[in-house]
Design a binder for this molecule. Structure first.
Ligand code: GLP
Length: 240
């Protein structure tokens, strides 16, 4: 794994932007694996600015998102589908028909997992962006998820519900389950770009880079990927 330590969040976002935009320029019909959370917001802001200023086009780009809350329709303001439209897609020329994510309001969860697995099997990510949960989760793969798992429904860890409550009006509104790509879907990406910022990610970053490769820390599987770059600001990298 290649590790880049930056002075701050801004520099982390800028370096991530350089990698992302290079992928898009080299391959205008690339498949981008995208993530939610506050960590990638700086990167997404830079992609939108660059589109406005330089016209880097996303019209033939396809995107696949990592995860979605079970029970939230894509029109719900707290769904990850809305998050992506508001924080990225609305500022680019991406065709929304080419943006893929689990359907949080699907009537049959098992069928929805099968459907999304099939979508993913036809769309290998040229690059997969990842954040880290403070407990070392990637997407919504909580500790002890088997590394061979594909798209599935998870019961969210208490710590994840607490971490994500800040994005909801009340902690009671945070769904308790989510759809997520499994480690296996993530590891299939040609390149993986992990971003981490802030002291509360320091343990997860340590586990991802230097810890034992173990299902108790899902991000540790990234050590096995042949082309993984982790960009952490100095607070997140404090334990390296
Ligand atoms: C959620 C998402 C993850 C994300 C994590 C960290 O749990 N499912 O994909 O990496 O939050 O979020 P943040 O970037 O806000 O710290």
């Amino acid at each position: 794994m290649k590790v880049i330590i930056t002075e701050d969040y801004e520099e982390m976002s800028r370096k991530a932007f350089e990698i992302m935009v290079e992928t898009v320029k080299n391959k205008p019909d690339a498949v981008l694996g995208l993530a939610t959370g506050t960590t990638p917001l700086g990167l997404y802001g830079k992609m939108k600015e660059d589109f406005k200023a330089n016209g880097t086009s996303y019209k033939n780009i396809k995107t696949v998102n990592l995860d979605e809350y079970v029970g939230l329709d894509g029109s719900d303001k707290n769904s990850y589908a809305s998050f992506m439209r508001e924080n990225l897609f609305n500022g680019l020329d991406v065709d929304l028909k080419n943006t893929y994510i689990e359907n949080g309001s699907a009537p049959d969860a098992e069928k929805e997992c099968e459907r999304y697995n099939e979508v993913l099997s036809g769309l290998q990510q040229d690059i997969q962006l990842l954040g880290l949960g403070s407990n070392g989760h990637i997407a919504f793969n909580e500790p002890f998820t088997l590394f061979g798992t594909e798209v599935h429904v998870v019961k969210l860890a208490e710590s994840t519900i607490r971490d994500n409550a800040r994005l909801f009006d009340n902690i009671e509104d945070v769904p308790v389950k989510a759809y997520t790509m499994g480690p296996k879907n993530i590891m299939r990406a040609k390149k993986i770009l992990v971003l981490a910022s802030g002291a509360n990610k320091a343990d997860a970053v340590y586990g991802a880079v230097k810890g034992e490769i173990t299902e108790s820390l899902p991000a540790s599987i990234l050590q096995l990927h042949p082309d993984c770059i982790l960009i952490a600001d100095k607070e997140a990298a404090a334990r390296l």
